[in-house]
Design a protein around this ligand. Structure first.
Ligand SMILES: [Zn+2]
Length: 269
């Protein structure tokens, strides 16, 4: 599933091709995505793409008068075509620019979305989201205040979009390992100094992933359409039964809140 670093990589990959360009046509071959694509999206025609921003895992295309809000869902991807290519089965939407460049959206499982809005305030999916993990607002003090009286496992809590956006399952396991915090710990048992380690770890893990993604931006121009997703060097995720790189103990796996969780009992207290 595309996580925050992949979405940010997508944003940086497509931005130079789209910013300042005029939309000639939008072709919707399959409107049945997670939410149906609004017919009004055809009004994008003739508008200029002023900018592309990101909030959580949503890409926000700011047009002259409207917004297109894209989520990649489970299996969505975007790529740039420099000229026309026959659409294949899962190529659901094309944004055709006046200069001939095409932004093509492919999504085999159709859990993604293309929302049309007059204003971002109208997009309910964007309301009530927690801070961006790489912003200054996301701090140890912020988490410490929020954590009071919360008794759920820290792993589930940091994956909650109301607390902070964009900490997916892999990044949650990896960050807790880096911060030496057991994923089962109850939120209200965590000390400020531990939150300081955790915030630092989350920022580091995400920043590193975005930087790695940046090296694969050229893939946005490959015709096979696999954009620049990247394999992280993972310390614990998917390594159950293998040895911890720090202490040699066996990495454990466990379901927490129905999500696979990986950790080292020796290193994480
Ligand atoms: Zn260990």
């Amino acid at each position: 599933m595309p996580e925050l670093p992949e979405v940010e990589t997508s944003r940086r990959g497509i931005l130079p091709y789209l910013k300042g360009q005029t939309i000639k046509q939008i072709i919707v071959r399959q409107p049945k995505l997670r939410w149906p694509v609004d017919d009004a999206i055809k009004n994008a025609q003739g508008q200029v793409i002023l900018d592309i921003q990101r909030r959580a895992k949503y890409l926000l295309l700011q047009l002259s008068y409207n917004w297109i809000v894209i989520h990649l869902g489970m299996s969505g991807s975007l790529r740039i075509l420099k000229n026309h290519q026959e659409a294949e089965k899962h190529d659901h939407i094309d944004l055709v620019l006046k200069n001939g460049v095409i932004l093509r959206y492919t999504d085999p499982r159709r859990f993604g979305s293309w929302l049309w809005a007059n204003s971002l305030d109208d997009v309910f999916q964007l309301q009530h989201l927690g801070p961006e993990p790489l912003s200054d607002e996301f701090s140890a003090n912020y988490l410490f205040e929020k954590a009071k009286n919360r008794k759920i496992p820290i792993k589930s809590w940091i994956m909650d979009n109301h607390i902070v956006v964009g900490v997916g399952n892999i990044y949650a396991s990896e960050s807790l390992f880096m911060a030496k915090i057991n994923p089962n710990r109850k939120v209200n048992s965590i000390q400020l100094v531990e939150f300081e380690r955790l915030v630092k770890a989350i920022k580091q893990v995400l920043t590193k992933s975005i930087a790695q993604g940046g090296t694969t931006l050229k893939d946005f121009l490959q015709s096979d359409g696999k954009p620049g997703y990247f394999a992280q060097e993972l310390q614990v995720y998917g390594r159950d039964g293998e040895k911890c790189h720090i202490c040699n103990a066996e990495i454990k796996s466990q379901k927490i809140g129905q999500r696979n969780t990986f950790y080292c009992e020796q290193c994480q207290k």
